[in-house]
Design a protein around this ligand. Structure first.
Ligand code: PGA
Length: 257
């Protein structure tokens, strides 16, 4: 069985001065030793670059994972504003979100740069959390599977095995809107993603692939989403900023495990 992963995506939120208090509230709200919870559920926080070092320090001694929200595929050079995998590795970070829809939308991230990043991450032993998903207009035109196929095939063409890749299905129309996909609709997309991965990498790899749901996931819908066969956790934006909400979502996953 696939271990569930609850990953908080803090986006451009959080601060060095409050992360310690966040974590102690989060632990308190869990109401269980975090080491017990982590035996059944993986927990990750994707925080802004400025919080990575502090997050590593605060979560030290636990298996809580810390991820970046973006990375560059080049080692170093004239790429103002970018951060390389080597720089992340220096901080003990070995995971990053890739191609979140906000990056695709506001920073022109393409399937090409995304593929390049995923390939470099796998080469360096990183865990890419690859985000895919359709816009409202694409869904309305019945293009959801086509969009997923084209986003995934660009990346799949550049890698030989799935390895540690995690995929986050994030319908763009559900992100930050309060309009989560229904569990049925999300599961349908997840199933499609798994089938597509199976065609390229075979049944064993596809069965192991973690596919997270993202887009207005919150305490009220976590249980019904996680009940679905192909939903292996969540990439949680807004609700991960509140320790009590995120703890309650992690607890739902724990109770299901
Ligand atoms: P949301 O964001 O949970 O606030 O909708 C999810 C995401 O963008 O990863």
């Amino acid at each position: 069985m696939r271990k569930q992963l609850l990953a908080g995506n803090w986006k451009m939120n959080g601060s060095v001065s409050t992360i310690e208090a966040y974590f102690s509230d989060f632990r308190e709200c869990l109401g269980l030793p975090i080491s017990d919870v982590l035996k059944k559920v993986d927990i990750c926080f994707a925080v802004p670059f400025t919080l990575l070092a502090k997050a590593k320090e605060v979560f030290k001694g636990t298996d809580v994972q810390v991820a970046a929200q973006n990375c560059h595929f080049e080692e170093k050079g004239a790429y103002t504003g970018e951060v390389s995998l080597g720089m992340l590795a220096e901080l003990g970070i070995n995971s990053s979100l890739v191609a979140h829809s906000e990056r695709r939308q506001y920073y022109n991230e393409t399937d090409q740069s995304t593929s390049h990043k995923v390939k470099c991450m796998l080469d360096k032993g990183f865990i890419p959390i690859l985000c895919v998903g359709e816009t409202q207009a694409e869904r309305e035109q019945g293009l959801t599977n086509k969009v997923l196929e084209s986003q995934l095939s660009a990346v799949f063409a550049c890698i030989d095995k799935l390895d540690s890749v995690v995929i986050a299905y994030e319908p763009v129309w559900a992100i930050g809107t309060g309009l989560a996909a229904t569990p049925e609709l999300a599961d349908e997309a997840h199933r499609f993603i798994r089938e597509f991965a199976k065609k390229r990498f075979g049944g064993e790899a596809a069965a192991k692939l973690k596919i997270l749901y993202g887009g207005s996931m919150k305490p009220e819908n976590t249980d019904s989403l996680l009940a679905k066969e192909h939903i292996d956790g969540g990439l949680v934006g807004g609700a991960s900023l509140k320790p009590s909400d995120f703890a309650s979502m992690v607890k739902s996953a724990y109770q299901r495990a």
